[in-house]
Design a protein around this ligand. Structure first.
Ligand SMILES: Nc1ncnc2c1ncn2[C@@H]1O[C@H](COP(=O)(O)OP(=O)(O)OP(=O)(O)O)[C@@H](O)[C@H]1O
Length: 302
């Protein structure tokens, strides 16, 4: 996997407060990378430093191998970003907005055609309407189209689903996945919505008060402990059977059942064993930790 973004010991002070504190992480080509943290954690500040919109105090940032301090022009041509409210002319059509961006991006060697980006974001057929008549979701998709025009390798999205209704959120999620899978973009999404990150991203970094708390694959966070809750007619008998098995381990005895540590295939074996021994099973559910559980644990519930 090749590294397209490397953030190394990044630090930023605001007055005497350290708002980004020695942050290091890297993003690989093709990642949908979640940048997660509660309000005020330092996500936007970090994104702005990556784009050199604000100055860092110390640390290094490399985009596609280019150091933003010494080779910003080569670095930044690989990145597009939607941070805060993107500049869209509401009195112009989507097509005209894209034309303006296209004119700016013509210095980039392989930029997309306007028609292509309209197709990708699903605004084909609506491109000659003034943007002020668009829903928030359509405006958001237009801003992605504008970000896509220069055909960047990386797209930074700051809270991309903020303010969208459920339909808009689903469409945005699908679009982001499509950009990664079909169009080979690396996407970095900042968010405080854990569920969103869990559903969209393959990797995540969690920050709190400017400090990095965790960098990990989503899968290894949520599948670390294969725990299953089993509600049965006879807990004592179930425990006795379980204690004889090597493939599964009793984790906890609960009110109406037991939590068992085991793989998925072993839980299937265990349930057959229970049934063979006349133990009725009323429920088996995966009791794995969600990203939300992990987040609450490491940020102290705030
Ligand atoms: N222009 C500024 N001047 C002073 N302090 C700032 C400025 N911008 C941000 N901060 C402070 O820096 C810290 C990090 O803010 P930042 O906006 O990066 O957090 P965030 O994780 O993006 O949060 P949110 O989700 O609320 O946008 C906060 O304490 C914030 O108050």
């Amino acid at each position: 996997m090749s590294e397209v973004l490397k953030v190394d010991n990044l630090t930023k002070k605001r007055g005497d407060k350290i708002v980004v504190d020695n942050l290091s992480f890297s993003v690989n080509k093709g990642d949908i990378f979640g940048f997660l943290g509660p309000n005020g954690a330092g996500k936007s500040t970090t994104m702005k430093m990556i784009l050199k919109l604000i100055k860092k105090d110390s640390g290094k940032i490399y985009i596609d191998g280019f150091d933003i301090d010494t080779n910003f022009k080569d670095a930044i041509k690989n990145v597009s970003a939607i941070i805060e409210n993107p500049a869209i002319y509401l009195d112009l059509t989507a097509y005209d907005n894209l034309k303006i961006v296209k004119n700016f991006s013509d210095s980039y060697s392989v930029s997309y055609d306007i028609e292509d980006v309209l197709e990708i974001v699903g605004l084909k057929g609506r491109e000659y309407e003034k943007v002020k008549s668009y829903s928030l979701g359509m405006k958001q998709r237009l801003s992605i189209a504008m970000a896509l025009i220069k055909n960047p390798k990386i797209i930074l999205l700051d809270e991309p689903t903020n303010g969208l209704d459920p339909k808009g959120i689903i469409e945005m999620r699908e679009l982001i996945k499509e950009l990664s899978q079909k169009h080979n973009k690396t996407i970095i999404i900042s968010s405080h919505i854990l569920h969103e990150i869990e559903m969209m991203c393959n990797r995540v970094v969690i920050i709190n008060k400017g400090k990095q708390i965790l960098e990990s694959d989503i899968a290894s966070i949520t599948n670390k402990n294969d725990l299953f809750f089993i509600r049965t007619s006879d807990i004592d008998k179930a425990i006795k059977i379980l204690n004889d098995k090597k493939y599964a381990k009793l984790h906890k005895i609960q009110n109406k059942g037991i939590t068992v540590q085991s793989s998925e295939s072993s839980i299937a074996l265990l349930s057959k064993e229970f049934i063979k021994n006349d133990i009725s099973i009323y429920e088996i559910s995966s009791n794995n930790k969600s990203l939300e559980d992990i987040f609450i644990e490491i940020t102290g519930g705030k």
